[in-house]
Design a protein around this ligand. Structure first.
Ligand code: SAM
Length: 438
């Protein structure tokens, strides 16, 4: 099998074993391959459309997909994805490479089955696969064609209505744009520096100039953009959370779940000093690495103090503003992390809720009278967002919502920041900015 496909298959194997796709991708070495874009399209696309592919493969195979050996299932998914979604790949190449993959695996006896199923895929495409009609069965449609777990689809239809849930699922199945947020330099200077480095920015999109972020062309390598001008790669949703948090200029900020550090570095532009804490030492090292990269470009904010700590027991007695960007289900980021949809479960959601509650109580203990507490997630689920804040405010009557004036265009009637991917085109996000009574 070609090197690109071998790498993609090994990434998929790791994801099946429970590894996060972005981690498997980073560690695979594929990022340095000249075929980077192609391998990424195959690996990420196969995970993203796994539900849609499985529905089709189940139709064309006389064996239940769940009962097939893992290499056979993987070869079928990868082969079908190339045939149906990668126009640059001839059907015969996609099929024969999948057959070869299975022949070299312990499941070699299934090579004939893979060949037969992929021939049918090439002949009939998506057309004959009998996806549920959205007018008759929206849950079935969004589960199979939309490639999302049924329980999430049901939950989102209840929350956003059928039209909203469909728009969200469609959005999750698109490639996300890459955005850069300049740091220590103006947006105009950054755009000029990018142009000089051969990265021309399309400003046609209305209003983009007024924002702090820059949308990179799809062919631009983020590393090249960061080499051309100081900044971080960050979705506008995260930039908006920082804008909403708006700690007072010159204040001391404690970011208690800081890694990998995008928000901590952006907060550093306003704050006198940022304490960046996280319970994961390896992830925390990314905060320092990010700061060093900015420092090399001569535009770094003050170096954040970094400390490995559990936010339930904050490593600081008090800070003017405490930021809690809590671990969450990440249901607002399925475009960028397509494996997230297969990983999250109702049970995991419940255990995250309990953790977030404890984290909030811990973080609040470091907020002095008159200080700020900002809770944020990249989840769309009310239990992790408003319900969490409602319960916190009932426990801690000395805190109240204080939306300030940052990112006011995204603030809801309760004073919380709320972004939905299908409405904003950005990642989903929630944040509550609360002030402790003085
Ligand atoms: C949503 S991410 C934070 C993203 C970060 N704020 C940024 O902008 O790059 C959540 C982080 O919380 C950390 N975390 C999980 N449990 C924690 C705990 N009990 N105490 C502190 N950090 C924790 C994870 O390691 C993860 O880095």
């Amino acid at each position: 099998m070609t090197r690109g496909r071998t790498l993609a298959a090994s990434i998929l194997k790791q994801v099946e074993a429970g590894r996060r796709l972005d981690v498997a991708w980073r560690e695979s070495g594929a990022e340095d391959s000249p075929e980077r874009g192609w391998i990424r399209a195959l690996a990420y696309g196969t995970v993203r459309l796994q539900g849609r592919l499985d529905h089709l493969l189940a139709r064309y195979s006389d064996r239940t997909l769940a009962k097939l050996d893992p290499p056979v299932r993987r070869a079928l998914r990868m082969g079908a994805f190339q045939i149906l979604e990668m126009t640059s790949v001839p059907d015969y190449a996609a099929a024969s490479q999948s057959v070869e993959y299975v022949r070299r695996s312990p499941a070699r006896a299934a090579a004939g089955l893979v060949n037969a199923v992929l021939r049918k895929v090439a002949r009939y495409g998506w057309a004959r696969s009998g996806y549920p009609d959205p007018a008759v069965d929206m849950v079935g449609h969004l589960t199979a064609w939309g490639s999302h777990p049924r329980w999430l689809v049901e939950r989102w239809i209840a929350a956003f209505g059928a039209v909203g849930a469909r728009a969200l699922v469609d959005m999750n199945n698109r490639e996300a744009d890459t955005y850069m947020r300049p740091i220590g330099t103006s947006r105009e200077e950054a755009v000029a520096a990018l142009a000089k480095a051969g990265i021309a920015i399309d400003e046609a999109e209305g209003g983009a100039r007024a924002e702090m972020w820059i949308r990179l062309p799809s062919r631009a390598k983020p590393a090249d953009a960061l080499a051309a001008t100081p900044g971080i790669i960050q979705d506008p949703a995260a930039s908006l959370v920082v804008e909403y948090a708006a700690p007072d200029p010159g204040s001391v900020v404690a970011d208690l779940c800081a890694a990998p550090g995008g928000k901590a570095l952006a907060l550093g532009e306003r704050a006198a000093r940022v304490l960046a804490a996280d319970s994961s030492p390896s992830r925390l090292s990314l905060v320092s690495a990010g700061w060093r990269r900015l420092a090399r470009s001569g535009a770094a904010p003050p170096r954040p103090w970094t400390v490995v700590a559990d936010a339930r027991f904050p490593p600081v007695a008090r800070a003017d503003a405490v930021i809690l960007d809590a671990p969450c289900s990440g249901t607002g980021t399925f475009r960028r992390r397509p494996d997230g949809r297969w990983r999250v479960t109702a049970e995991r959601l419940r255990s995250l809720q309990l953790l977030q509650r404890e984290l909030l109580d811990g973080a609040a203990s470091a907020v002095p009278p008159g200080g700020l507490l900002v809770y944020a997630t990249c989840s769309l689920e009310p239990e992790e967002n408003w319900c969490q804040i409602r319960d916190f405010l009932a426990r801690r009557r000395d805190f109240r919502i204080d939306p300030g004036s940052g990112a006011s265009r995204c603030v809801d009637g309760r004073g919380c920041l709320r972004l939905l991917p299908h409405e904003s085109g950005f990642d989903g996000a929630f944040a509550a900015r609360m002030r402790r009574a003085g």
